[in-house]
Design a protein around this ligand. Structure first.
Ligand code: GAL
Length: 692
């Protein structure tokens, strides 16, 4: 497409404000990259969007070289045209700032703004995400393009909101990163003396005598200093957030009040400290791509949705991207059927999303993502795939009343909180740990999945969360625990809460220093135990517990100091010693799980913890493979029932089934295998049984 001359824009209208999380319907649409297409295709796009009920197009995500083909020379004509065409069709625009993909002219002029890898090699142009987040030239260029876009489109009536950048996350180890790191460290530690103390540089002759001696943790001969590595992750995460905030400041300075967000990438990227973004985002948005087939894929969707809602403080959020046709499995891909797209979509909505947006509207016919699916496939609109997209749009419209959020409280109620902290993840990515099987995301995800299988809703919480609304706090993995954090958990437990701590949690303080005298450091009093020695289990090794369960990964030599052993090791060097302990603390209980329970045992264990704590599933007695999530609305609650199984379901109770528009007080509903139901609830409880 050739950039054209600027056209006349519509008169600025009232600001959109909450356009990214509307209250009266769910958004439907996706990334739209019209710069790929000729005029006829662009005209057909709008026609097809209307057919599918698309009301939102995310535009400009990677369009920098089209918007600013040479430094300071802007070509807005083509985007004016896109805005006008979409606006005329009543389709809202989420306008991206294109800063995830600097154009070739920029990187040629500023090679120092290309990211440097730990081994010192510099990425070259030719893909996307080739930027060094701390490079001044890059940050200036980002501010300029954000400002220029906001001046032109910031009050356009079609503008729903701002999509700043795309998936912040390119790590950089350049000299610019080094300078930013030193600034950050000076703010954090004040003096080199304090930095040396916190990093433990007395060992291996690492003592710093000048700030200029400090580098990012680049490739080195052997293990990095762990606190150095952790601080670099923390610093880089802050750089990303600052870069985002700078762009928003430009947009606001240009007079645009439309909501701003950036799309967090889940679940494998861990480059951000998501909780710290809350004050900077008008809406939380995420991209989520299945990386697993089978039922574990559905737990993955639930995990992403619950995280997003939690980052949004229990409020509605937005699914900015999901895939239409494929499941990414590393270097392989699996097919994603339309029924799965529907169930996944409803799972995100049930968990608080205000819409279902996809990457991308039309599958590319050329370029890097040619083989990534689209809402309109290569084969065109006369396909079952496009028909399924049209049907999905219609389903979303039938659910519109459920989009209205509650006037008070979270969009989903949960009694169970799971601790989720980037520090916990980063700390376990360090070298030199006593086992290479200590994974943060694995531990958190399998804990969440165990609750999902039992139909128990959960929130994620940060370390400084107010826990007073929860009955149970699960901490599957959090190696660094400060004295202050331990005190919070102590208070929560003493006040009647149940806390369950997974192994290797609290092994160090927040500087990654071991609290001596017995593991797990600051948590010894809370747990009423003292671990005297760590017994990591090698791959293939297992030990048996007193109930016969074979456990793997990890074990510990625990002394009881007030706690009771609920389960003990039943063979090996720890035979007869405690494995799972419970410590009464005030009105509550603190549990420690010193080994890796198999999935089924973990599920039974958490079921037991929940029932002892008065926590019940959303719907009792759900058949296996059926998911039921209650979304709170303004006047009603809505039960989303997703049948991932292969048997039909018989659903009774409730007032109305929205996807079929059926009166449930008059007749029950049959939910076919892989089908869905969304029930507006009343006082008659919903029952879901296998249909025979
Ligand atoms: C996302 C990205 C999109 C597209 C998509 C493909 O992470 O934001 O631009 O590349 O992945 O799965």
């Amino acid at each position: 497409m050739t950039p054209s001359t600027p056209s006349t824009l519509s008169t600025p209208a009232t600001p959109v404000g909450s356009g990214l999380t509307p209250r009266d319907h769910f958004l439907f649409g996706g990334d739209y990259n019209p710069e790929q297409w000729d005029a006829a295709t662009r005209a057909e796009d709008v026609e097809l969007m209307l057919r599918a009920g698309v009301d939102t197009a995310t535009v400009g995500v990677f369009a920098w070289s089209w918007l600013e083909p040479a430094e300071g020379h802007y070509e807005f004509g083509w985007l004016d045209e896109v805005f006008e065409r979409l606006h005329a069709a009543g389709i809202g625009v989420v306008l991206a700032t294109p800063t995830a993909s600097p154009p070739p002219w920029f990187t040629l002029a500023h090679p120092d703004a290309l990211p440097v890898q730990p081994d010192g090699s510099r990425h070259t142009h030719g893909s996307r995400d080739t930027y060094a987040i701390s490079a001044p030239a890059y940050r200036d260029a980002c501010r300029r393009i954000a400002r220029a876009l906001a001046e032109r489109y910031g009050t356009h009536p079609a503008l729903r909101g701002w999509h700043i950048h795309n998936e912040y996350g390119s790590l950089d180890h350049s000299d610019h990163a080094a300078a930013a790191f030193r600034r950050w460290l000076k703010r954090r530690y004040g003096t080199l003396e304090e930095l040396n103390r916190c990093w433990g540089t007395a060992f291996w002759s690492q003592r710093y005598g000048d700030w200029a001696e400090i580098l990012p943790p680049r490739q080195t001969q052997y293990m990095h200093n762990p606190t150095h590595a952790l601080d670099f992750r923390r610093c880089t995460a802050d750089e990303f957030r600052d870069a985002y905030a700078e762009q928003v400041a430009e947009i606001r300075a240009a007079g645009s009040t439309a909501a701003a967000t950036t799309n967090f990438m889940l679940p494998s990227w861990n480059h951000l400290d998501h909780w710290s973004w809350r004050p900077h985002l008008d809406a939380v948005s995420i991209d989520h791509y299945l990386d697993t087939t089978g039922p574990s894929g559905e737990t993955h969707v639930a995990y992403a949705g619950d995280l997003a809602r939690s980052w949004a403080g229990g409020h509605p959020w937005l699914l900015m991207e999901q895939g239409t046709t494929q499941i990414a499995l590393g270097d392989r891909h699996a097919h994603k059927a339309p029924d799965r797209v529907l169930r996944n979509t409803l799972s995100y909505l049930a968990r608080g999303s205000q819409g279902a947006l996809f990457f991308q509207w039309r599958a590319s016919a050329a370029g890097s993502e040619t083989w990534h699916g689209g809402m309109v496939p290569h084969t065109g609109p006369d396909t079952a795939r496009f028909e399924s997209v049209v049907e999905l749009g219609a389903t979303l419209r039938r659910l519109a009343e459920a989009a209205e959020p509650p006037t008070e409280g979270p969009v989903v109620d949960a009694d169970v909180a799971i601790l989720w902290e980037a520090d916990g993840w980063w700390a376990l990515e360090n070298d030199g740990l006593p086992s290479d099987r200590l994974g943060f995301p694995e531990a958190v995800r399998r804990t969440h999945a165990a609750l999902w299988r039992s139909g128990i809703p959960a929130d994620f919480v940060p370390a400084d969360a107010d826990l007073s609304g929860y009955r149970v706090l699960l901490v599957p993995s959090m190696m660094p625990v400060s004295a202050e954090l331990a005190e919070r958990w102590q208070q929560f437990t003493a006040a009647g809460g149940t806390v369950v701590i997974g192994y290797f949690t609290g092994m160090t303080d927040e500087r990654l220093h071991v609290v001596r005298g017995g593991y797990p450091g600051a948590l010894r009093d809370l747990l009423g135990i003292r671990t005297t020695e760590l017994h990591p289990l090698a791959t293939g090794e297992h030990v048996r517990l007193s109930d016969g369960t074979p456990t793997t990964h990890w074990s510990e030599h625990i002394e009881l100091r007030g706690a009771e052993a609920e389960l003990s090791y039943a063979d090996g060097p720890l035979d007869g010693l405690p494995a799972v302990t419970r410590h009464p603390v005030g009105a509550g209980h603190a549990w420690y799980v010193s080994t890796h329970l198999p999935d089924d045992t973990l599920r039974r264990f958490l079921d037991d913890i929940c029932s002892r704590s008065g926590v019940t599933p959303t719907v009792a007695g759900l058949p296996d493979g059926v998911e039921a999530v209650r979304r709170r609305g303004r006047d009603h609650t809505y039960l989303f029932v997703l049948n991932h199984g292969t048997s039909a379901l018989h659903l009774t109770g409730g007032e109305r089934e929205l996807t079929r528009d059926t009166d449930l007080t008059a007749e029950p509903v049959r939910v076919p295998p892989r089908g869905v139901a969304v029930v507006r609830e009343n006082t008659k409880p919903v029952r879901v049984e296998t249909a025979y």
